[in-house]
Design a protein around this ligand. Sequence first.
Ligand code: PBG
Length: 310
Amino acid sequence: MRRMVRETRMTADGLILPAFVVPGTGIKEEIRSMPGFYRHSVDRLVEEAKEARDLGVPAMILFGIPAEKDPQGSGAWIEDGIVQQAFRALKEKVEGLVLMADVCMCEYTSHGHCGELVDGDVDNDRSLELLKRTAVSQARAGAGLVAPSDMMDGRVGAIRGALDQAGLQNVPIMSYAAKYASAFYGPFRDAAESTPSMGDRRGYQMDPPNAREAMREVAQDIAEGADILMVKPAMPYLDIICRIREAHDVPVAAYHVSGEYAMLKAAAANGWLDEKRCVLEALTSIHRAGADMILTYFAKDVARWLQSQS
Ligand code: PBG
């Protein structure tokens, strides 16, 4: 009976698996604060992608970790950048997987900020130029969707214009529309070596106590041409997901971030929580709140668990 009246069904259909790609070959190294999650070189990433696809995960989002970083983050857009190499390899070798690109400068800049610094502050409009270049280069390399996570004002419109001009009209934008300046990103910054060397991201990411402001950010992104809206992190912001779902008809995504993953992993490793039940409950609650898609480091596990249930 419970099965019949269930309001939310967890399936693999909305899962997006994040992946960190590093230079080199044969590399699969575990991330210290994300047990069970790895950084891959391009060759090993191809295997990871095939495995995810075979489990029924429909999409992957790539983060590049370049060998060298500079103040402008040129590694983000150069022709043979690490993420560009990864997209080309995946596009050629793995069929049937939606390839998404995280568009941001922070993994590529020597100072770790999400844009270009002028007198010690991130300059919004100069950063837009770098983001446009990055999105176009990722899409040319094979990304089927771009996801700007930098939180500069006006970036969705700027990227849409740049893609269209480059003949990439068919590449949609998933905007990190409501991205909070969250402490839950800690492990990701370990993984991507992207902790700002000075200051923090509160000048461009949102203040956690604010919900009405998220609605304004989201409305702006829709007006600028966003195809999918994302909320990040997920569980501490279920109210935001719910409000956006009620106010807008576009697809909504939520990012179950590195800190949310690390908490569950740490508690499970201590025998304090049942990993599988807690992960499924957490992700089901994110769907129930209104997210159609979930970016999660548990994507492969969930797909596997769901397979063995049916
Ligand atoms: C920025 C970016 C971040 C995450 C995704 N894109 C980090 C940040 O803003 O510091 C965090 C994801 C996570 O914590 O899992 N490019």
